[in-house]
Design a protein around this ligand. Structure first.
Ligand code: HEC
Length: 300
C-alpha cells in the first residue's frame, strides 16, 4: 500500500518534469505570413557591423558570442548559441518574429530596437552562416515616410484620438487595421498608455488617457505613437501634450539620488562614513602597536 503511493508520486513527478521540459523546448510557432517576411535592409558589411554593436549592447549578456558557446548557462532555458544550426535553420521572418515577441526570459525588442536595428542584428547573426544567401524584401522602406500621424486630445472624453493617413501620389488614404501603440516618455524608457489597438476603417484609434501622470514644470508630457503596418512598415511620431500634473522635478544629478556624485551627499553621511572608517583604522593601528611592544619585550 505504502509502496504504491510512493510509486504514484514518482510517476507524477516524472510526468510533470517531462511536461516542463517539453514546454521549454517548444517551437516558436511563427504564423505563416510572418515566417515568409524578408528584410528590406541589405545584409552587407555595414549592416553587419551596426548589427554587431547592437548585439553587444543587447544580446551578448545572455547569448554570449555566436559560435563560441559562451551563453549564460545559469538561465533556464539556456539561451541558444545563435550561430548554431538550429537557430540558423530559422527563416529571417522567424528570427524577426522572435525578436518582436520574445518568450519568458527572452525579452521582446519590439519597443526597444527600431525595425531597421532589428534587421541589422539579424544581419550580424547571419554573418556566422557561410551557406546563407539573403532574399531581399520588395517593400520600399521609404514608404513609411508617406505616413502622417495626427494626435488630438479630447477633453470631453479624456481620450487621445490618433488618426493615421498615408499621402500617396494618387491621394490620401487611411491606414486601416494597422497596429498602434501609445507611450508616454518617462525617465527610464516608455510607459504604455491603454492597450495596443488596431486602426479602424478610417485609420483611427482612441486611447483612454490617465489624468494623474506627473509632467514637467508646465505639465507637459511627451507622447510617442508607434504604428506598425504590413504595407508601410513601422512609423513613430511624437507630440507634446499639456495634460500632466506640473511637477518641479530636479534633474537626475541635481539632488540626492543613489547614482549621484559625492559632492551632493549630505554632510552627516560623509562624516559618519569617514568617522567609521577612521575608527576601524585606529583599532588596527592600536593592535599593531601592542603587537610591536610584545615583540620588543620578547627580544629583551
Ligand atoms: C535576458 C536574456 C536574453 C537576452 C538579453 C536576449 N535573449 Fe534571446 N533568448 C534568451 C533565451 C532564454 C532564449 C530561449 C527562449 C526559449 O526557447 O523559450 C532565447 C532565444 C532566442 C532566439 C531563438 C533561438 C532558437 O534557436 O530558438 C533568438 C533568435 C534570440 N534569442 C535572439 C536574441 C537577440 C538577437 C537578442 C538581442 C537583441 C537577444 N536574443 C537577447 C535569452 C535572451
Amino acid at each position: 500500500m505504502h509502496q504504491k503511493k510512493f510509486n504514484l508520486k514518482i510517476t507524477l513527478l516524472f510526468v510533470v518534469s517531462v511536461f516542463c521540459l517539453n514546454a521549454f523546448s517548444e517551437d516558436w510557432n511563427v504564423p505563416t505570413e510572418q515566417k515568409a517576411l524578408n528584410s528590406y535592409v541589405k545584409f552587407d558589411a555595414a549592416a553587419t557591423q551596426d548589427g554587431e554593436a547592437i548585439y553587444t549592447k543587447n544580446c551578448v549578456s545572455c547569448h554570449g558570442n555566436p559560435s563560441k558557446g559562451n551563453s549564460l548557462k545559469s538561465l533556464n532555458p539556456v539561451p541558444p548559441d545563435l550561430a548554431s544550426n538550429k537557430t540558423q535553420a530559422l527563416t529571417d521572418g522567424e528570427l524577426f518574429y522572435i525578436l518582436n515577441t520574445g518568450r519568458m526570459i527572452m525579452p521582446s525588442f519590439k519597443n526597444i530596437l527600431s525595425e531597421t536595428e532589428r534587421w541589422k542584428v539579424i544581419a550580424y547573426i547571419r554573418s556566422f552562416n557561410k551557406n546563407y544567401t539573403q532574399v531581399l524584401s520588395k517593400v520600399d522602406p521609404n514608404k513609411s515616410k508617406l505616413v502622417k500621424v495626427k494626435m488630438m486630445y479630447d477633453a470631453l472624453t479624456g481620450k487621445v484620438n490618433v488618426n493615421v493617413k498615408a499621402n500617396k501620389p494618387t491621394g490620401t488614404v487611411s491606414l486601416k487595421d494597422a497596429e498602434i501603440v501609445l507611450f508616454v516618455k518617462r525617465y527610464f524608457g516608455r510607459l504604455q498608455v491603454d492597450k495596443t489597438f488596431r486602426t479602424d476603417n478610417e485609420g483611427k484609434a482612441s486611447f483612454i488617457f490617465p489624468n494623474d501622470l506627473p509632467g514637467d514644470k508646465n505639465g507637459n508630457l511627451e507622447l510617442i505613437v508607434k504604428v506598425n503596418d504590413n504595407n508601410y512598415g513601422e512609423i513613430e511620431s511624437n507630440a507634446i501634450l499639456k495634460k500632466g500634473i506640473p511637477t518641479d522635478k530636479p534633474a537626475l544629478t541635481e539632488k540626492r539620488a543613489i547614482w549621484n556624485i559625492m559632492a551632493k551627499a549630505p554632510f552627516w553621511i560623509l562624516l559618519t562614513y569617514f568617522l567609521g572608517v577612521s575608527l576601524v583604522l585606529a583599532v588596527f593601528l592600536y593592535i599593531g602597536c601592542n603587537l610591536y611592544k610584545l615583540w620588543k619585550l620578547g627580544n629583551v
